[in-house]
Design a binder for this molecule. Structure first.
Ligand code: XCC
Ligand code: SF4
Length: 630
């Protein structure tokens, strides 16, 4: 095919420049302006050696002042700051997972929220020894939801989902003492350990980092994924589109942004109500267009095919188009700048969660009991806003790419085993994939995840790394903003097989999949842990031996640090394109790269140059192959 049909980063950047120019008249400011004002960034912060944990400080470590007032050295300070990031990330993912448990607990037969995937609910009930015989499906849903909530605060025992791991991993986690207990307890322990006057030993801080991360990946995030599938359906492959060109000039445009899909689902449903569609038409619009940003986009695209307007650093650009009637947000990754920016335009900015209150927004607190009506009301308000557009401020984007999304583990198994009904057969295995890897037709797999970060050229690292992996016959699975970078570039199309080496290309053609599989939002990295686990089980080896690695080329959030910790604990090497803020401690740098590898079989490989980073991944995968003798 014509390789010009892929969107390049240069084209994306040109579009951003055009939008910024268009909007300059209204005095709008975006992250590019603020990044300049923040440069150079504070060296102490960057190196992780500024401590403001107590009010004797802040203390900063320099060659002349190697210890804080209390005597904490660079290792203690960088280690504590690092663990606090993990606690923050685990809290965010896991609280999102808990919120979804509450939503599941609110389901009723005729309620606003219902159970969509009964089979998955029954499988989970069975896994958790919850009796189902002769019980109403909603009684089971409530019991499962409650059991899920208990994982956050139970006084004894470790996370239930750990049983899903390989026997080797479970034993190792117990031996190392990193099997997570109650999710909230691991977060509290991390906060307590890092309080003034507690742990100053970097190794102990790193170990609690692994355990806290595990409470996220094998606790709160997995909870989020499982409960969301039960509530809104387990994703199956779907066709959609990505990039700002999905915004429609002639339609009422509503953007859903954030992470928790409970609110956005109601808006998606309301946008299909006939009376609201008629109302939109009566106002001169051709229809109602819902588009997503960040992980909320991933959630609704995986289940409804809702189109993706873009990823993290594109959120302001969406408003610069001047054709967004409303942007509704739930939690996480929402720029406070959307407040003043929306005021430059007619755009209504709606916050919906007590977790994310932002000046310049209208606050509409979402509740399960009233969600349906609230969703309709917001859509109605967006329609009323359609004729308030300022023609002088309109700058319509046109670029978009087709994308295929929806690759849950269930979907991947179905594709591999050629099953066409929705029932996942016990006999389905990853054997066909394993055989391809053993034969060398596919060399291995890389999970590319995470955010955008202005410290590197946004989307460039994602896209260049993905292309190079495909050319080297390495299959890519992706979530989060990385997945949207792939969508914008056109890499989630089946035609992207033309970028692959001969082996991967043939597999894509035979199985009928794109070479990059969109597995969902960032909590769905839990799907990737299960994928790696089940591949290891079907192969009969432990996870660190499988030629699979993880990569976050442009990460920025605390959640990403929590993720990196459970991925490493699971035995998967993690390649980072942004340096963790611990450089001021030689011991911390050693612990997170080589130290953990001695314990869990995996560690970080850090390089800010995407070309060097991708080559390291290819070498890493080839080394794992060589060790297996394949
Ligand atoms: Fe946020 Fe999940 Fe990062 Fe994107 S990838 S910027 S965390 S939306 Ni998780
Ligand atoms: Fe300074 Fe120690 Fe207080 Fe940190 S905990 S601010 S290093 S005195």
């Amino acid at each position: 095919m014509d390789l010009n049909n892929f969107t390049t980063v240069e084209q994306m950047e040109a579009e951003t420049a055009r939008l910024r120019e268009c909007a300059a008249c209204s005095g709008a400011e975006t992250w590019e302006d603020r990044k300049k004002a923040q440069t150079p960034s504070c060296k102490f912060g960057e190196d992780g050696v500024c401590c403001r944990i107590c009010s004797m400080g802040p203390c900063r470590i320099t060659p002349k002042a190697p210890r804080g007032i209390c005597g904490a050295d660079a290792n203690a300070i960088a280690g504590r700051n690092y663990l606090r990031m993990i606690a923050g990330g685990t809290a965010a993912h896991s609280d999102h997972g808990r919120e979804i448990c509450h939503t599941l607990h609110s389901t009723k037969k005729d309620g606003h929220y219902q159970v969509k995937d009964e089979a998955k609910l029954l499988r989970l009930a069975k896994e958790w020894d919850i009796p189902t015989e002769g019980k109403d499906i909603y009684d089971i849903a409530h019991e499962v939801a409650l059991a899920g909530m208990m994982e956050y605060g139970k006084p004894f025992g470790t996370q239930r989902f750990l049983n899903r791991a390989t026997d080797e991993r479970q034993k190792l986690w117990n031996d190392l003492g990193i099997a997570p207990r109650a999710i909230d307890r691991e977060i509290a322990t991390a906060m307590h350990m890092t309080h003034m006057g507690n742990t100053a030993d970097a190794e102990a801080l790193v170990m609690q980092g692994l355990r806290t991360g595990m409470a996220d990946g094998w606790g709160g995030s997995m909870m989020g994924t499982e409960m969301t599938d039960i509530l809104f359906g387990t994703p199956m492959p779907k066709d959609t589109e990505g990039d700002l060109g999905v915004l429609e000039k002639d339609m009422v445009n509503i953007i859903v942004h954030g992470h928790d899909p409970a609110m956005s689902e109601m808006i998606v449903v309301a946008a299909e109500d006939k009376d609201l569609l008629d109302y939109a038409r009566s106002k001169g619009a051709k229809g109602i267009n819902i588009a997503g940003l960040c992980c909320t986009a991933n959630e609704v695209t995986m289940r409804h095919g809702v189109r993706m307007a873009g990823n993290f650093l594109q959120q302001e650009n969406a408003l610069l188009t001047g054709i967004v009637e409303m942007i509704t947000v739930d939690v996480q990754c929402i720029f406070p700048s959307l407040g003043p920016l929306s005021e430059c335009f007619h755009t209504k900015f709606i916050t919906t969660s007590p977790i994310a209150r932002i000046p310049g927004s209208t606050y509409v607190e979402f509740h399960p009991e009233t969600a349906r009506e609230q969703g309709r009301d917001l859509v109605r308000q967006a329609i009323d806003n359609f004729d308030k557009r300022d023609p002088a401020k309109i700058c319509v984007p046109t670029r978009k790419q087709p994308a295929r999304v929806g690759y849950s583990c269930e979907a991947i198994l179905k594709e591999l085993n050629g099953v066409t009904n929705s029932h996942v057969d016990e006999r389905d295995t990853y054997k066909p994939l394993i055989d391809c890897i053993k034969a060398g037709v596919i060399r291995g797999a890389v999970a590319i995840v995470g955010c955008n970060n202005p410290k590197v050229r946004p989307d460039h690292s994602h896209i260049e790394i993905m292309k190079k992996l495909l050319a080297n016959d390495i299959i890519v699975i992706t979530t989060g903003c990385a997945a949207q970078a792939a969508a914008k570039a056109g890499l989630l199309r089946k035609e992207a097989k033309d970028l692959c080496g001969a082996g991967m290309k043939r597999v894509c053609e035979l199985v009928g999949i794109p070479p990059i599989l969109h597995m969902g939002s960032c909590v769905d990295i839990s799907r990737m842990m299960l994928l790696a686990t089940d591949i290891a089980k079907d192969w009969g080896i432990d996870i660190p031996q499988v030629p699979v690695v993880g990569c976050a080329p442009e990460w920025m959030s605390e959640k990403a640090v929590a993720i990196a910790n459970y991925v490493v604990s699971t035995g998967i090497d993690t390649y980072l394109g942004i340096e963790p803020q611990v450089k001021g401690s030689v011991q911390m740098m050693e612990l997170i790269t080589e130290g953990t590898r001695k314990l869990t079989g995996a560690g970080y490989i850090i390089n800010t140059n995407p070309d060097t980073l991708v080559q390291a991944m290819i070498d890493g995968i080839e080394a794992k192959r060589a060790a297996l003798g394949i």
